[in-house]
Design a protein around this ligand. Structure first.
Ligand code: ADP
Length: 315
């Protein structure tokens, strides 16, 4: 439904998107996750035709988004991460404005607007001023507006940011409705836990690249095989790090307070040998286990690079 290959976007010398691949299946509820600055908003702006890429291809519903942006825009509903200011505009007027942008007027527009306001739980608010609505209501209005032309794909940038738990629950209910209407939905967030329980598919982006992508089942399966070793060092941490850095089965090292998380490709015997090697070198260890695979820990490993704390072995 949505296919991105080797997407690139530079801002001066900064590569905001740096060879990103992305594949969203029809009907998926796709969580596009990554730390702040990973390139999510830039990617979304390219998808929605607001920015031109410097390289790569974007195909949406079979149409080339770069060569034929107008055709693609019709297929997409976009909910940005800001709402904007609409002084003295009532809810119904706001919706009429966007309906007119898509050539919908008169009775057709009225029917469509009432239908969408009903879905968003805002039918009672049509005579309210937009600027007076609560944060959650504004977001639902923004969603209603994005659906005015009945697009098959909906793209939402950080929709859960700043929502209180009650509003977040309402939001999840709305997502369920959208799935029932067979929409394909892409939601971006820098907080994985907000998406992992609702999404069918996840793509984790870091420094402008896709680092992990698939259905929830595929990703969890992959993670279980790849879950890291969690080593709690009581004394001599530097020595432990030296050993881990030069170990052939250690692929990544993340430091979390007193614990070291090591991406380890060896089997049980290799683990036992590593433990022995650490003890023989005088490292005092108070915990040594393979952490059970979960998406949060993988995401932490990826995103803690932000703080310069992941040391990747150089081959
Ligand atoms: P995210 O949405 O994941 O937080 P962005 O796409 O906003 O990431 O940003 C990706 C990178 O591009 C960041 O390093 C950011 O500072 C940079 N960036 C984004 N927009 C601009 C801009 N208009 N001018 C210069 N740099 C930008």
């Amino acid at each position: 439904m949505l296919e991105i290959r080797q997407l690139k976007k530079m801002y001066g010398r900064t590569a905001a998107v740096d060879g990103l691949d992305m594949n969203v299946r029809e009907g998926a509820l796709y969580g596009f996750v990554g730390p702040n600055g990973a390139g999510k908003t830039t990617t979304i702006k390219i998808l929605t035709g607001l920015l031109l890429p410097d390289g790569g291809s974007v195909v949406i519903g079979g149409e080339d988004a770069v060569a034929a942006p107008r055709k693609v825009v019709e297929k997409i509903g976009y909910v940005p991460d800001f709402f904007g200011v609409y002084d003295n505009l009532k809810v119904s007027e706001y919706m009429e404005l966007f309906a007119a942008c898509y050539g919908l007027y008169g009775l057709n527009a009225r029917r469509r607007i009432m239908d969408l306001l009903g879905q968003a739980g805002l039918e009672e608010k049509e005579d309210y001023y937009v600027d007076g609505l609560s944060r959650g209501m504004k977001q639902r209005l923004c969603l209603a507006r994005a659906l005015i032309h009945n697009p098959p794909i909906l793209i939402m940038d950080e929709p859960t940011a700043g929502l209180d738990p009650g509003t977040r629950y309402e939001f999840k209910e709305i997502l369920k409705d959208l799935r029932e209407q067979e929409k394909t939905v892409v939601i971006s967030s820098h907080i994985l836990s907000e998406l992992s329980e609702i999404c069918t598919d996840i793509g984790i982006v870091e420094q402008g690249k896709m680092v992990l992508e698939g259905t929830m089942e595929e990703i969890l399966e992959q993670i279980n095989v790849q879950s890291p070793l969690l080593i709690s060092v009581y004394r001599n941490r530097e020595k432990a790090l030296d050993i881990l850095r030069s170990h052939p089965y250690v692929e990544t090292i993340t430091i979390r307070q007193n614990d070291i998380m090591a991406g380890f490709t060896g089997d049980g015997e290799d683990e036992a040998l590593l433990l022995q090697q650490l003890l023989d070198a005088g490292v005092m260890i108070c915990g040594f286990m393979r952490e059970r695979g979960n998406l949060e820990s993988v995401f932490m490993q990826i995103t803690s690079r932000d703080e310069g704390r992941v040391l990747i072995r150089e081959n």
